[in-house]
Design a protein around this ligand. Structure first.
Ligand code: KIV
Ligand code: ZN
Length: 521
């Protein structure tokens, strides 16, 4: 059956990174962009160039390194934003400017523009963007709560001014599938010029319908889906790339569309985004959750052994999941480690492999068998410890037991200098965190402290996630170790390092979370 192409627009690096706590470093952004390009994403929204020096540099570098993907940057409805955006994306072989303004009554009230004034602003800003770049996307933010007649009017203006893609954002996750399909269908019929542009759908997951709404919009005529890896994004997140792509692949019988995505690359990028964003994927998440292909009950297992199709609508290998193979041990060499990591979709540079190998040997000395999940945790921990980190844990010894108070003897490297303290606390983790605070006093508040056992058994590694907040900036840190307290110390310090990066970024320019949408008006 002939199928129509649906463009995949990934906004992990822009809308995804807007998730409180999901800060990525410059090198992590470049790495994710490369993976997105390699997996066949059509358009990568690489960031919001006016937001900060850091964002501008990341978008510029991603544009320079891009291969097949179009590189897009976000800009509010003003010339300064649009110029800055073009300065960054212009280095790509295929650049795009994405400019937006809130068009619903609630959003019009913020800059206090009446309908005519806003219409004029849209005309001016889209024309300006189009004079700079042939590829311009325009979004009426909060489209699904904008009066229909006004929405038609402003879309027509944007098309006449030169927009080549019109994105319809369901900014607050308010719509439902039937309405989402109808809206696009009606716009295509009612707005002059619709045949010359592509309609895109951009859904948020506040009511858990982002995937359904995006697919319904395609049914209605949209030919671009905006999405993120693992559904990362503001509040409840965005449409998950892996869900829409696999839904169209598995149910091609009722959704006759195709994408350019190499679905075998899904697991690797999902794991990488989870690592660098600090947002773990929930175990029962569709497609990429740890349990998505696990069959626990006897009936299911029996059926699976007789014929996998009894309980499986897609094969694990279709999304890049290889069956759990033999564990590694302390006699395994570097080649075996590299082969196993490749099997897991992880391709490390030689120097990274060297560092991971050292950690692997340490782990294998403590643990008889090193399973796939242990390796993934290890790579995650390695990625969290950047050489450029201002704070590093060097040594930790904790005294704990039935007799309080517990104490932690901690040595850290702070900006290249070694500092040692002993601190007490209510339990070993509290004592350790107090020690870090004594070495590096800070006002950050601990928002979340979470421990997971990576595998089974008392020698299992623990992965620890820590989320910290200071002055509205949020950062998440992670680490893994067979010693839960060591993992806790490293995760805490990792979160602090990320918070320091954020503070530096906000000091260097306008941080996205402090730039209000109000300035769009
Ligand atoms: O959700 C939204 O409305 C957005 C716009 C900036 C497109 O992310
Ligand atoms: Zn959004």
């Amino acid at each position: 059956m002939a199928t129509e192409h649906v463009l995949i627009f990934d906004t992990t690096l822009r809308d995804g990174e807007q998730s409180p706590g999901a800060t990525m470093t410059h090198s992590e952004k470049l790495e994710i962009a490369e993976m997105l390009d390699d997996m066949g994403v059509d358009i990568i929204e690489a960031g919001f160039p006016i937001a900060s020096e850091g964002d501008f540099n990341a978008v510029t570098e991603i544009a320079k390194r891009s291969k097949d993907a179009t590189i897009c940057g976000l800009a509010r409805a003003n010339f300064k934003d649009i110029d800055r955006c073009y300065e960054a994306v212009k280095h790509a072989a295929s650049p795009r400017i994405h400019t937006f303004i809130g068009t619903s009554p609630l959003h019009r009230a913020i800059p206090n523009l009446n309908q005519d004034e806003m219409a004029e602003k849209i005309h001016e800003t889209v024309t300006h963007a189009r004079n700079l770049c042939d590829n311009v996307q325009w979004s009426p933010m909060d489209a699904t709560r904008t009066e229909y007649d006004y929405l038609c009017r402003v879309i027509e203006i944007a098309i006449k001014a030169g927009a080549t893609t019109i994105n319809i954002p369901d900014t607050v996750g308010y719509t439902a599938p039937g309405e989402s399909a109808d809206l696009i269908r009606r716009l295509i019929t009612d707005v002059p010029g619709s045949d010359d542009i592509i309609y895109a759908t951009h859904c948020h997951n506040d009511l858990g319908m982002a995937t359904a709404n995006a697919l319904a919009a395609v049914e209605g005529g949209a030919r671009q889906i905006e999405c993120t890896i693992n559904g990362l994004g503001e509040r409840a997140g965005n449409t998950a790339l892996e869900e829409v792509v696999m839904a169209m692949k598995v149910r091609g019988d009722i959704m006759p569309y195709h994408t350019g995505i190499d679905t075998k690359k899904i697991m690797a990028i999902s794991r990488r985004v989870a690592t660098v964003s600090g947002f773990n994927v929930q175990f029962n998440k569709a497609i990429v959750g740890k349990n998505a292909f696990a069959h626990e009950s006897g009936i299911h297992q029996d059926g699976m052994l007789k014929n996998a199709e009894t309980f499986e609508i897609m094969r694990p290998e279709d999304v890049g999941l290889t069956g759990t193979s033999l564990p590694l041990g302390k006699h395994s060499g570097r080649a075996a480690l590299r082969a196993k990591l490749n099997e897991l979709g992880i391709d490390l540079a030689d120097n990274q492999l060297k560092d991971v190998f050292v950690r692997f040997k340490e782990l294998a000395d403590r643990k008889k068998e090193v399973f796939d999940d242990d390796l993934l945790a290890l790579v995650k921990a390695e990625a969290s410890d950047e050489q450029s980190d201002r704070l590093q844990v060097k040594f930790l010894r904790v005294i704990c037991g039935t007799e309080a108070p517990q104490s932690a003897d901690l040595t850290m490297i702070v900006d290249g200098k070694e500092v040692q303290v002993t601190a007490q606390g209510d339990g070993p983790v509290d004592a350790t965190f107090n020690a870090v605070k004594a070495i590096f006093p800070h006002g950050a508040r601990l928002q979340l402290y979470q421990v997971h056992a990576v595998t089974e058994g008392t020698d299992a590694q623990a992965t620890v996630s820590v989320r910290m907040e200071e002055n509205g900036n949020i950062a998440t840190g992670q680490s893994a170790d067979t010693d839960t307290v060591v993992a806790s110390a490293k995760a805490y310090v990792n979160a602090l390092n990320r918070l320091l990066v954020k503070h530096a970024r906000s000091a260097g320019g306008e941080d996205f979370k402090t730039v209000s949408y109000k300035d769009a008006g």
